[in-house]
Design a protein around this ligand. Sequence first.
Ligand code: LMR
Length: 396
Amino acid sequence: MSASSVFAGLKPQAPDALLSLIGLYRRDPRPEKIDLGVGVFRDDVGATPVLASVKAAERLLLEGQATKAYLGPEGDIGYLDLLKPIIFGDRIDHEMFAVQTPGGTGAIRLACELLKAARPDLRMFIGVPTWPNHTQILDQLGIETVAFGHYDQRAQRLAFDEMMAALETAQAGDAVLLHGCCHNPSGADYSLAQWAAIAELVARKGLTPLIDLAYQGLGLGLEPDAAGMRLVLAAAEDGLLAYSCDKNFGLYRERVGALYTLTRDAETLDITASNIRALARTNWSMPPDHGAATVRVILESEALTALWRDELEAMRARVAGLRQALAKASPALAPLAGQHGLFALLPLSPAQVAALRERHGVYMAGSGRINLAGLTPDTIDVFARAFEACLQGEPA
Ligand code: LMR
């Protein structure tokens, strides 16, 4: 590199491991390869089709949209309002401000920037393992993180007591990042009683919850998937909820997210909202329209909403069915039956993950996370046998 280049001082960055897997898989010529990498829903033949409700809404948009003029920093207000009862139910005691964001990632980024601006010395408690981009965003913003274990990967179960003991050390003014449902990467969600205990702790300690809700409807259903996190938000003085429609509406590449900010009084909300608008303005000015408009058109129509709910339920049921099938296929996969959503974190070392890829053509995140939806009726047993062989240290 030329020493006089303005870029000469840059340090090389490792490519995002999960996104690199997409290219690696594509380049593998083996026809029997299995993609359990990035988190997209796939059907029984391995396709990720556009939902019929989305197609219908897009047709309406194409015909009916009269202008492409800017909407403003909040984005599509109808979209944000129509999602509210789905996310929060019919009772909201807080004051609330919402903005549309580019995907759930945009919402998390905005939430963290807001927290950093509000309290430069804020500490974020974060359960590990988590979605790697959480820690990447927090690190990039220079937010101090306090990591706590909440999942035992070897035993494939929640480490709830360990988590609660760690949260007991938090102090008023600290924040905590929680996965609303369908934990990524573990698939291990809290029971309602455990959520209630978290809510009690958050209120007692004066913590600010940041909830990442990216898979609502893919665990037990739209309502049960939100019930636990609602308890935490209701108990907190302030809260933030980062939402994604990328998965439950199958809109991935449209990047459809939202950030909801909750405070106890209108004056605090006004100042907070002005900061969120200013942060959004300097990040992306105004969010892209199409995906959120599509969701709005679906939710404005009773018929399209019913169709979307049916389609979401079909996705949910397929993933739940895969969990049962995997649990039957191998005793080592039995814990998956009691977990939720697209992901499971298998008790595999990075070397075993690499061996599965190289020897068996099975692609998964380096952490041992699989996206169950990448399996089909034909590959469940193939995968289970490869997994068992790896666990048993197959000969080189
Ligand atoms: C995943 O975890 O696979 C998805 O959320 C995609 C992403 O952006 O990482």
